[in-house]
Design a protein around this ligand. Structure first.
Ligand SMILES: [Zn+2]
Length: 321
């Protein structure tokens, strides 16, 4: 059984021809980007010297090589589109599928490509076929940030094709603070109903929990949906952060724990302070993680300390088989 992290971001600035871009127009966005570099242990020059493509990729590979992971799912990022299928502004970063495949080729079998295709795009089905041919096993979307209404009947052929190819759908659920939200209602796990009905195995990222203090908490709805759909799962990515860690106890309940898939959400900052304050990890476990220089190892250590059973960490290898 392989230990796989199902949720790791790829980012770039196009400096080496990746085609990626990132937008940090405000001081707050710049500060957030700095915080992510710091948390991800990515050299600071990445942001200032136009070297993000290379430094991000090198750091990711070195974290993976120094981790206990047998593999990780690396995520592309499409841009938002309107309902007519035309690209619109409002995205904060873009990672093309072609660049994703190029990076994944650096560690074949260990870097698992998750393509990103807005399903309302005019070329969505053609791009999906192209990505399937190139070995994409997973599709990643943030419906609330990319303005995707997954349960729009028009999208049925897209989900049918995914089900036929046995591709997994990693779907952001719950609030979001790192990327602008364009369609708040699509944060609900309800958005996955049509893909689920078409037979697509879905993973609700972050267990549909809150990202802030007051945004809606969709985890109870997700747990109810587990009863309806045996092929619905949740990931525990970003749950070492102070606000999201409130979702942990719900995912450890008997009705949910058998559906949880391990994910880190690197390079999203994690401090372990929240899990420690909520009594999910001991002081000794917190300090041990803080002394761990590799953020992928640190996240895994804390999730194990929280009590997620071993199957959580190997479940994705079963789903991908
Ligand atoms: Zn993420």
């Amino acid at each position: 059984m392989k230990i796989i992290d199902c949720h790791v971001h790829l980012v770039g600035d196009g400096s080496e021809g990746s085609g990626c871009w990132m937008s940090t127009p405000t001081l707050w966005k710049k500060a957030m980007a700095q915080a992510m570099l710091h948390a991800g242990k990515i050299p600071r020059q990445a942001l200032h010297g136009k070297q993000m493509d290379r430094l991000y990729r090198q750091t990711l590979l070195s974290h993976l090589d120094g981790s206990v992971l047998d593999g990780l799912v690396l995520l592309a990022q499409d841009v938002p589109h309107n309902d007519a299928g035309d690209p619109i502004s409002g995205g904060s970063f873009y990672v093309p599928n072609d660049y994703l495949f190029k990076v994944c080729a650096e560690r074949p079998g260990k870097l698992i490509p998750a393509c990103s295709i807005h399903p309302a795009r005019k070329d969505a089905l053609a791009e999906l076929d192209r990505c399937i041919e190139r070995g994409a096993k997973v599709l990643k979307l943030l419906p609330n940030c990319l303005n995707v209404h997954c349960s729009d009947e028009k999208l049925r052929p897209f989900w049918k094709r995914m089900a036929e190819a046995k591709m997994l759908f990693l779907c952001h659920t719950g609030g979001e603070t790192s990327v602008p939200v364009l369609s708040p209602k699509d944060a609900s796990p309800e958005t996955m109903r049509l893909p689920l009905e078409c037979g697509v195995t879905c993973i609700a990222a972050h267990g549909a929990g809150r990202s802030l203090l007051t945004d809606p908490d969709y985890t109870p709805l997700l747990l109810a949906m587990f009863k309806e759909y045996p092929h619905l799962y949740a990931d525990n990515s970003a749950l070492c952060s102070p606000l999201r860690c409130r979702t942990v106890s719900r995912l450890l309940t008997p009705e949910a724990v058998g559906r949880v898939v391990y994910g880190s959400d690197w390079p999203i900052p994690i401090s372990g302070a929240g899990p420690w304050a909520f009594g999910q990890i001991t002081t000794a476990e917190w300090l041990k993680g803080m002394n761990e220089p590799n953020p992928l190892r640190r996240d895994l250590q804390w999730k194990m300390a929280m009590g997620f059973p071993m199957e959580t960490f190997t479940r994705l290898s079963t789903l991908l088989a």
